[in-house]
Design a protein around this ligand. Structure first.
Ligand code: DP6
Length: 313
């Protein structure tokens, strides 16, 4: 038996950074994200009689994939957890891949854990015709593998506080571009970042700041107040990166290239009183969300940069 599933990535505008104690990826504060349908992971699961344990292979036909030992262990442990949850018998060849290059500095954990959860759910349904899970329940299962993947179960907008995410109603469909900037600093995994940020003196106020920004952002989204959306998102990603830089030991992801891009974007806003929504993940790349009427100008802003975009030029 073989099943397949695919799931999109997402970019958080209010960030999940820091976890509640006790494991299981419960976030210290709520997060809100936009789903990136053009950046996807694909997973197939195939039962192999001869296998004594589950195995992982890269799924052919996609971008070559790089999985660290730690990343592979986390991925296969999630599959094991789902097999136990849904009483799926046997051993499987798990194959996965992304439609974006492994070396571009984009984390694939949200899309790959969501795709694995969906693939395992198909398998479970093939074994148990009465099994029905809601999207919210699947989101909770996915969170156990990797927190941010729980938001990839909803599109285009998702909010997550507590056990799992839910879709939220926002009357804004956006385009996305990520400017690929080379990071020249040693990278720290997001799991490590979650563990370290509470050593920062800025940490004690962090959950309150995230809650306050969530409220501001939701108001701005409902009013389609583009400038306020930009302002909240700008301060939110700087807040997360300030936590990184003030942790003990300190770490960070912004390179000269990042600072240069951020400066250009700020100049653009100062000049035009308009521009893209700007945010960053735990990496050197800069993510932009745009209204469809900005696409023509965005092709000019982005010329000369290496990018991945949701639209064709
Ligand atoms: C910076 O979901 O990768 O992207 O739960 O340990 O797997 P784990 O962490 P992960 O953290 C993502 C952090 C972030 C912000 C966000 O997506 O909200």
């Amino acid at each position: 038996m073989k099943v397949e599933a695919s799931a999109p990535s997402n970019i958080a505008l209010i960030k999940y950074m820091g976890k509640e104690p006790g494991g299981r990826n419960r976030p210290a504060n709520p997060s809100l994200s936009y789903t990136l349908e053009h950046l996807r992971s694909f997973v197939t699961l195939e039962k192999i009689q001869e296998l004594m344990i589950d195995e992982w292979l890269a799924l052919p036909g996609f971008e070559p994939i790089e999985l660290s030992q730690v990343g592979l262990k986390k991925f296969m442990e999630h599959f094991m957890r789902l097999k136990l949850q849904w009483k799926i018998p046997g051993n499987y060849r798990v194959q996965s891949a992304n439609n974006f290059p492994a070396d571009c500095g984009l984390a694939s954990s949200a899309s790959s854990f969501a795709a694995l959860t969906l693939a395992a759910y198909s398998l479970a349904q093939a074994h148990d015709k009465n099994l029905e899970c809601t999207r919210e329940e699947l989101s909770q299962f996915s969170r156990l593998g990797s927190g941010s993947s729980c938001r990839s179960m909803f599109s285009p907008w998702a909010e997550w506080s507590g056990e799992g995410a839910e879709g939220i109603n926002v009357a804004l469909e956006l385009e996305h571009a990520v400017i690929l900037v080379d990071g020249d600093r040693k990278s720290v995994s997001s799991s490590e970042a979650h563990a370290r940020v509470n050593t920062s003196l800025l940490w004690p106020g962090r959950p309150d700041r995230a809650w306050a920004r969530l409220k501001e952002l939701k108001t701005a989204l409902s009013r389609q107040d583009w400038r306020s959306i930009y302002d909240v998102c700008w301060s939110e990603f700087w807040d997360m990166h300030a936590l990184f830089e003030t942790s003990k030991p300190s770490f960070g992801f912004m390179s000269r290239g990042t600072l240069d891009v951020l400066d250009q974007l700020r100049q653009l806003w100062l000049r035009d009183k308009d521009g893209p929504i700007v945010t960053m993940d735990a990496g050197a790349n800069v993510h932009l969300l745009l209204r469809s009427d900005q696409i023509g100008r965005a092709n000019t802003w982005l010329s000369g940069y290496k990018t991945l975009r949701s639209w064709s030029e």
